[in-house]
Design a protein around this ligand. Structure first.
Ligand code: NAI
Length: 249
């Protein structure tokens, strides 16, 4: 790796993003941990190879700032993980238009802007790897979750198209499609350490649909994201990797 192991991770204050940063840092990567929730990036304090950056992934200017920070701090980038995301259920008649636009902005426009901002750095590094966090909702659908689901489907289209567009430059791009994972977006904030029987009803109903009969821990998604940006997946490109305990939506 000509530019070293430098990686940008968005959504780094959340469950999967933080676990991914911690995993990559432990594996010797220099990590730029990006989230719009600056307060929740406090976990990065005191860690030698993790730099926190408050930025809104839906903003073009902020994505330029992310690229500039990676350049200043690390001298370049070898991998990027576009993982920030928001939910937002609502019927086709009922979901407020502004909320629909916000879901598009964060989940879909965000990764596009991020890729456009960081591609020059990946090219200068002589190649690298990009991963985006889609969802099982990116390969299936759910009533009253159409806006979220369409952004996650679109990410897979982005991955399949860009893998054909930039693969010749030695830049791979893949998607992770997580199943139910114990984080805030899935309504599991503050549930760490809570006895299984006391977890909310939706935990139990979803769990029953998973052959492994449990939700994932964030680190089980982090390990897949680490794989997708590491040389261990050097011939994996344009792929959407479903990690859902066998549920297959
Ligand atoms: P989370 O809610 O813990 O983390 C999401 C993070 O994204 C938060 O820290 C939030 O502050 C950040 N974020 C939101 N809007 C942002 C913006 N405009 N700019 C920068 N950061 C922003 O949830 P989780 O599970 O860690 O989510 C990570 C990804 O995994 C998301 O893309 C989500 O859609 C996806 N996913 C999660 C599943 C689950 O069951 N937890 C299932 C399938 C996909």
């Amino acid at each position: 790796m000509s530019e070293g192991k430098n990686v940008v991770v968005t959504g780094a204050a959340g469950g999967i993003g933080r676990a991914t940063c911690e995993r990559l840092a432990a594996a010797g990567w220099q990590v730029l941990a990006v989230d719009h929730d600056a307060g929740k990036l406090a976990w990065t304090q005191g860690l030698a190879n993790v730099v926190a950056l408050a930025a809104d992934v839906s903003s073009e200017a902020d994505n330029q700032r992310i690229a500039a920070e990676a350049e200043t701090r690390f001298g370049g980038v070898r991998a990027a993980i576009f993982n920030a995301g928001i939910g937002g259920g609502g019927s086709i008649d009922g979901l407020p238009f502004a909320q629909f636009q916000r879901i598009l902005g964060v989940n879909l426009v965000g990764p596009v802007l991020g890729i456009r901002a960081l591609l020059p750095l990946l090219r200068r590094a002589g190649g690298g790897a990009i991963a985006v966090t889609s969802s099982t909702m990116g390969v299936g659908g759910e009533a009253e979750n159409w806006a979220y689901s369409m952004t996650k489907h679109a990410l897979i289209g982005l991955v399949q198209s860009l893998s054909r567009e930039i693969g010749w430059e030695g830049i791979r791009i893949n998607a992770l499609c997580p199943g139910p994972t114990r984080t805030a977006i899935a309504g599991m904030e503050g549930q760490d350490g809570v006895a299984e029987a006391d977890l909310p009803p939706h935990y139990h109903s979803l769990k029953r649909q998973v052959p492994l009969q449990r939700w994932a821990d964030p680190d089980e998604m982090a390990s897949v994201l680490e794989f997708l940006v590491s040389p261990a997946s050097s011939y994996v490109n344009g792929h959407a990797l479903v990690a859902d305990g066998g549920a297959v939506v």
